[in-house]
Ligand binder design. Structure first.
Ligand code: TXA
Ligand code: MG
Length: 332
């Protein structure tokens, strides 16, 4: 399959939208990482997205919307009426409205009860659907023009570091998808925060922090406890946060986390063995995944990363990616 590289011109976005409407796959820019777009209401398109990524089909996709009203197509929460006295759901709808006002477009994904029109192929078999509005003008235009909504996992091969520029997408998925919209490099660099609205629990930490969410909603926000645990390799393990189950973001090189004060010493030791070493002293959201790809491109044998200080929510989000990339390989 030839992968077309689209510009962000009106003409090219129209062409890309037509491909989506016909059930094709087009990768799109966002402020977090690049996504792999498929029609969210088309089972076959969702299946193609899993196949192109080489991703297990029980790992659910996020649906990208362009305006608040798009939620009506996805979630039963939007049909709740005050006079029906659906207390809990009404509260959830109000919280959703506050979150949308404060954070959309932006790096927050909210897990909501799904409508039956959203196929299980999109939601990995779950009764909930994860939704966000990305902060990328070309992508918002793509969604509006396509007439549908975009199911979009990160546009990398399953297990690889997430793509933060269109060239990363081409590296991984060139020849496997219909097109790529060549927008700007991503400013965020790590995937959106995933929030379960019903429990106000963060299933995946990101650039929208629990403090920011609590300040807007007035509700207590907690991290899902699995975020503090090393993910299980047991095939029967069914985590609350579906992404927990799979090996993530791994560079080709071996990767280890070492305390900053020991890092240079370890670099010298490995170099003395004749290995090509690369290191990251201060992991940052915007550049972390791109560095892993760069180091792989340079043929690194081993990558060291120093941990970030505990107690800060943004550092926690970045460390979540560092730990997964390193396969929880920590040197004391
Ligand atoms: O920033 C992002 O979120 C990027 C861009 C492209 O928008 N997308 C992204 O998608 O990271 P993906 O497919 O790589 O990650 C989706 C994750 C799942 O692994 C899971 O943790 C969570 O979102 N998720 C999706 N649907 C869910 C649901 N119904 N319930 C719980 N978690 C869900
Ligand atoms: Mg991903």
């Amino acid at each position: 399959m030839k992968t077309v590289i689209y510009k962000t011109t009106e003409e090219d976005i129209e062409k890309a939208a037509a491909v989506i409407a016909k059930g094709g796959l087009v990768a799109f820019p966002t402020e977090t990482v690049y996504g792999l777009g498929a029609d969210a209401f088309d089972k076959e398109a969702a299946k193609k997205a899993y196949a192109a990524k080489g991703r297990p089909s029980d790992n659910p996709l996020i649906v990208h919307i362009a305006k608040f009203e798009d939620l009506k197509r996805l979630t039963t929460l939007m049909d709740v009426k005050a006079h029906e006295g659906a207390e809990g759901e009404l509260g959830e709808m109000l919280t959703l409205t506050k979150l949308a006002d404060a954070f959309w477009p932006g790096p927050l994904t909210v897990v909501l009860p799904k409508k039956k029109e959203v196929p299980k192929e999109t939601t990995g078999g779950l009764d909930t659907v994860a939704v966000r509005m990305p902060a990328s003008e070309p992508t918002l235009r793509l969604i509006r023009t396509s007439g549908t909504l975009l199911a979009g996992p990160s546009a990398n091969l399953s297990g690889h570091p997430s793509p933060t520029c269109w060239q990363h997408v081409e590296e991984d998925l060139g020849g496997r998808i219909d097109g790529i919209i060549a927008g700007d490099p991503c400013e965020g660099g790590i995937e959106s925060t995933v929030l379960d609205l019903r429990t106000m629990t963060i299933l995946r930490p990101g650039l929208t922090t629990p403090e920011m969410i609590a300040a807007v909603t007035g509700e207590a926000v907690s991290y899902d406890r699995t975020l503090f645990e090393k993910p299980s390799e047991d095939p029967d393990f069914h985590p609350m946060a579906p992404g927990q189950k799979y090996r993530h973001y791994a560079p080709k090189a071996e990767m280890r986390i070492v305390p900053a004060e020991k890092l240079m010493e370890r670099v010298k030791e490995e170099e003395a063995k004749g290995r090509k070493v690369r290191y990251i002293l201060h992991p940052e959201a915007r550049t972390f995944f791109a560095k892993l790809r760069e180091f792989d491109g340079e043929g690194a044998d081993i990558i060291f990363a120093a941990p970030l200080p505990e107690g800060d929510s943004l550092s926690f989000s970045v460390m979540n990616r560092v730990l997964k990339s390193a396969g929880y390989n920590i040197e004391e």
